[in-house]
Design a binder for this molecule. Structure first.
Ligand SMILES: N[C@@H](CCC(=O)N[C@@H](CS)C(=O)NCC(=O)O)C(=O)O
Length: 325
């Protein structure tokens, strides 16, 4: 991580723990908006912004889904990091369908953070929304970036969806909170727990969230009301990684996802939407998670699982990315 703008040698891909061994996620440091709500005057302009993402990362993937649902692909550039976490965090290598950083010429994502703030302290996480004009970070919090794409780009956003419609905000927020703690971050709390108790607590939360989703989706197509909202994007990014990474590496293995038929049918329904399918690279997801040395010291990437129910939707993206060491 960065300490006063310097990359520290003791960097570990596992984040903080509390006294009971529970995983703690860092708060995001850049939280501005674009357009009328921007504190620093960032305007909505085509070609001005660049989104740094990793296909392995659920948080970054939700910004990619929102970008495409809103039809902003031609207005905002995207730069994809190498899926494997190395000694200096995320890197731009151009390998296996990842990109070189043609805008800033950086070799690692942490350089983007120190370009924005030469004394930055903290982890260099994806996603990052970069302003090419003032050469700084607008925002590095995915929940905000989804809303920036949904609300701040005005006529540049040609997609015909409203991810947070008026009148549904409270319900969306309630579902988002439920999903964040118990599911999206719950799998990380399980995977990065350093005590048995913290792990068991997290796994119980993960499967309680799946039970809740199964009950809801047995009688409704969407998590909120009768339409696609940000809550569905939130659920999707963790569901699509579940069998690929969380069941094995993060030990969320009380049951496979196939034990949840309504949830699986929902996942397939979402994958049929091009913006969702385009955000999923199983090869990057596996290579990325299994590159976390603290959890998988050999770096061996599993061959499976065989995702029969997803295969038709993911057929073009089933190539393999293997470990480098
Ligand atoms: N609050 C952030 C969290 C992002 C995050 O934790 N990203 C992970 C990848 S999934 C990351 O970049 N980790 C690198 C690190 O921790 O050094 C968001 O939702 O945007």
């Amino acid at each position: 991580m960065l300490v006063n703008g310097k990359w520290t040698e003791e960097w570990q891909p596992v984040q903080e723990s509390d006294a009971e061994g529970r995983f703690i996620r860092q708060h995001s440091g850049f939280r501005d908006r674009i357009g009328a709500d921007s504190a620093k005057g960032f305007a909505a302009e085509a070609g001005r912004y660049l989104l740094y993402v990793a296909y392995i990362c659920p948080w970054a993937s939700r910004t990619l889904i929102a970008l495409r649902l809103k039809g902003l692909e031609n207005a905002i550039d995207v730069c994809v990091v190498d899926p494997r976490l190395g000694d200096q965090g995320w890197a731009f290598t151009g390998r296996d369908g990842s990109d070189l950083d043609r805008v800033n010429g950086a070799s690692h994502l942490h350089e983007i953070y120190t370009l924005a703030d030469p004394t930055y302290s903290g982890r260099a996480t994806v996603p990052v929304l970069w302003d090419k004009k003032t050469r700084t970070i607008v925002n590095n919090e995915s929940a905000d970036i989804v809303r920036i794409f949904d609300k701040d780009f005005g006529a540049l956003a040609t997609g015909d969806v409203d991810l947070r419609p008026g009148g549904l905000e409270d319900e969306i927020d309630a579902v988002n909170d439920r999903l964040y703690d118990g599911f999206n971050n719950g799998v990380y709390r399980a995977g990065f727990a350093t005590t048995q108790n913290a792990y068991e607590e997290a796994v119980a939360d993960v499967f309680a969230a799946l039970d809740w989703m199964e009950a809801r989706l047995a009688r409704a197509d969407w998590l909120v009301a009768d339409r696609l909202t940000e809550a569905d994007i939130r659920a999707f990014v963790t569901l699509v990684r579940f069998d690929l990474a969380y069941h094995g590496l993060f030990k969320c293995n009380l049951r496979p996802l196939s034990a949840y038929p309504a949830v699986c049918a929902y996942l397939v329904r979402l994958l049929a939407i091009p913006a969702f399918a385009a955000s999923v690279r199983p090869d990057h997801i596996k290579a990325g998670y299994y590159s976390v040395k603290a959890l998988n010291p050999t770096g061996i990437v599993p061959l499976g699982p065989d995702l029969d129910y997803l295969a038709p939707l993911l057929a073009v993206r089933r190539g393999s990315c293997t470990a480098t060491s």
